[in-house]
Design a protein around this ligand. Sequence first.
Ligand code: TRP
Length: 542
Amino acid sequence: MIDSTVRSDTARIESVVILGGGTAGWMAASYLKKAFPDIRITLLEAPGLPKIGVGEATIPNLQSVFFDFLGIPEQEWMRECNASFKCGIKFKNWRQPPAVNPHESYYHLFGILKACDGLPLSHYWSLNRERGDDEPFAYACYREPPLLDAKLSPRTRDFRRTMYYAWHFDAHLVAAYLCRVATGWGVEHIQDRLTRVEREADGAIAALHTEQGRRLDGDLFIDCSGFRRLLVGEALGEPFLDMSDYLLCDGAVASPVPHDDAANGVEPFTSSIARDAGWTWKVPLLGRFGSGYVYSSHFVSEDGAIRDFCRLWGLDPDTTRFNKIRFRVGRNRRSWVRNCVSIGLSSCFLEPLESTGIYFIYAALYQLAKHFPDRTFDPVLADRFNEAIEVMYDDSRDFVQMHYCCSPREDTPFWRANRHDLRISDSLRHKLESYKAGLPVNMPITDVDGYYTNFEAEFQNFWTNGSFYCILAGLGSHPDRILPRLRHAVGSQQTAAGMFANIKRESAELAATLPTNYDFLMEFHSRRPAQPAGSELAGMAR
Ligand code: TRP
């Protein structure tokens, strides 16, 4: 006999209420409406609330996992959102302070390293290094570094892709665009303020009450209320696990910075510039770049951070308007509690060092659609969802922490604390131990030539061996020894030498054919050099 609850159609979720009209709220609304068109979806947005989104950097699977799922071609949303290309992150002064070497830098690139005889190219690079070759890791193992140095576009003029890349954009524009998409698909948009959360006898959320007297009832509630965690935290009381013993930064000051693109070109990458008490991001958009100083309030005051930021970019601290953000690193013990799923900043926060903010949103939406409940709310679905979010977050926190705890910098109290005083998870210790012993850190699993086509595989193995090498080798932290078996693989060493040579040849061919990133973006966005970009500029510094 089949249990009648199993076949019952009456338990289906009929309506979903989303609280919050920021990036997470509109990504959730559009994604869930696409995944479940028969469900009634309502989004409640408090009018006039400031949104956290600043200049954002993303990762490549934003297109395949999110926009392709919505059925929106890259060129369409890119134009609507004034997006630019990001082919990786350039880390500056993470190894040496600017006083010692103002030009010290390394790249973190996308794509998975090719393997030879079951070992990734990183390992052959280590062997060559031992033999006296001093070429930096990323320049030996990827085609991109010289192309990024030359500020070239990852797309040819006829929009052919030649590199793995992601995007930079102003998250406000993406939220506004997805609002148009979602409401066009039938999502109801209510601008009103939450006043009270009505609960069921069993503790679940029954409805949201608003200032104008509305009662929004639903089967499932999505908390996209940002740092305030109004549903999952305030109403349901789920504890937030503070992880400030892993990462010291707890604030940011941000502002757009005007930029003369015609004179300097547009860098096709994010920069992360290490400073005395944190680091500064640089997200190039047409006509300006988004920037912010992520700092630790234990080591510099907000005013001190603003002064340092202005000194870096030659701005006047008295006339520049800043977006001032304080944050708490960590996550909810459970992201999904009863009939409430938190997504975005209400679920977890990690400093934006590796561009995980928007990724965390659509990864959670993907997991929610995969584990989507009915009104019986089988706890196993929520448990599996929560486990996935936990691994996603904690692994990423470890990876971000690795930049700090493996940096050799000792020149300020902040950097000394990073090196000596941080709590390090067993999982990160284990990975660093494997790295030091010459083993690949996360064994690369790829479907197709150098990248994932399957999000399940990518999600499981998000921080690849190549990512670990980009950062650790970049910081000057090398394996203690070459993996013994590699010394016996003489034939493979020869094959690898051919692969290294191919990378150089392909890179040179691309350098000769690709347009500059500036030329490509100007044409793509139909801009004329004289017309300054940035009608949104005024609104951004709020
Ligand atoms: N697997 C992710 C990717 O390649 C890893 C990643 C996240 C990453 N953020 C990044 C790689 C920033 C390079 C730069 O997309």
